[in-house]
Write a protein that binds this ligand. Structure first.
Ligand code: FE2
Length: 279
């Protein structure tokens, strides 16, 4: 007998300006790490006005985390201290493992609409010092499974027989882009030990049993159970579903760096000052 997960917490987030002047909605952050472990941060972007984002995120460091940038629409030019450069474009995902340290920039380009999100995934203590790398998960690496209820894009993990562009190297992560047709119901067996949340990009609907309403632009944490159940409202519902097992480790978070202890943070910032941050 399966247990359907019900809503545990709904997070609306707040409008913020970050980087050199990028307007975004910070949905998850330092206040939500306990319940959303291993997910640290979620920023959501949705703008038709390039002035909201064109200033971008110039050169900045990261250590101890993975940043997952998924763009439904838009164009982000990026470059990093490993010498990589390129673009994340409509339907693509960049999965960057900062590991021991990387310095990069992320510069959104003017486009008709920038719609997407950046999710920070914590690295387990033993993996915080791995070599930095990134995966360029281009749209062709994201299977789109068409079903009666809608379309499921598999960014990471498995959905039925479809395998995403990664499985998650350090935290096994299920990351799906689920686009439900109006009034369509959709169910998914899920790992009972994982933290699972959705971020509703567009539309609305209900989750759980008995069904509870969810609105767009909310992160919705689901409680215990081994099955996800959702139904779209009359205008359909598009959401990103993320699941991964919690790390249960202490978190020391300083801006773009997330370690386990205050000393490790101090060390990181001292290394940035001294120019020894990149290994
Ligand atoms: Fe970054």
């Amino acid at each position: 007998m399966s247990q359907i997960r019900n809503i545990r917490r709904v997070v609306t987030g707040s409008n913020q300006v970050d980087g050199a002047g990028v307007h975004l909605v910070r949905v998850l952050g330092p206040d939500t790490t306990k319940e959303f472990d291993p997910f640290l941060m979620l920023d959501a972007f949705d703008s038709r006005n390039p002035a909201d984002y064109i200033k971008g995120f110039p050169w900045h460091p990261h250590r101890g985390i993975e940043t997952v940038t998924y763009l439904i629409a838009g164009d982000i030019e990026h470059g990093d201290s490993l010498g990589n450069k390129g673009h994340i474009r409509d339907g693509g995902c960049q999965w960057m493992t900062a590991g021991s340290g990387i310095i990069h920039q992320e510069m959104p380009q003017a486009s008709p609409r920038m719609l997407g999100l950046q999710l920070w995934l914590n690295l387990p203590r033993q993996d915080k010092w791995v070599r930095p790398r990134y995966r360029d998960i281009t749209p062709d690496l994201i299977p789109k499974v068409a079903e009666a209820a809608g379309t499921v894009g598999v960014i990471s993990g498995r959905y039925g027989k479809a395998r995403g562009g990664t499985q998650g190297d350090y935290v096994q992560t299920l990351l799906l882009d689920v686009d439900l047709k109006p009034k369509a119901a959709w169910r998914l067996p899920v790992d009972a030990q994982s933290t699972l949340f959705i971020y509703v990009i567009e539309g609305s609907g209900t989750l759980g049993d008995p069904p509870q309403r969810v609105e767009s632009r909310r992160a919705v944490l689901l409680g215990e159970g081994d099955e996800f159940s959702g139904q779209a409202g009359p205008e359909g519902m598009r959401f990103v579903l993320a699941a991964g097992r919690p790390l249960h480790e202490p978190i020391a978070w300083g801006g773009p760096i997330v370690m386990n202890t205050r000393e490790e943070l101090d060390q990181a910032f001292a290394e940035i000052d001294q120019g020894t941050f990149i290994r």
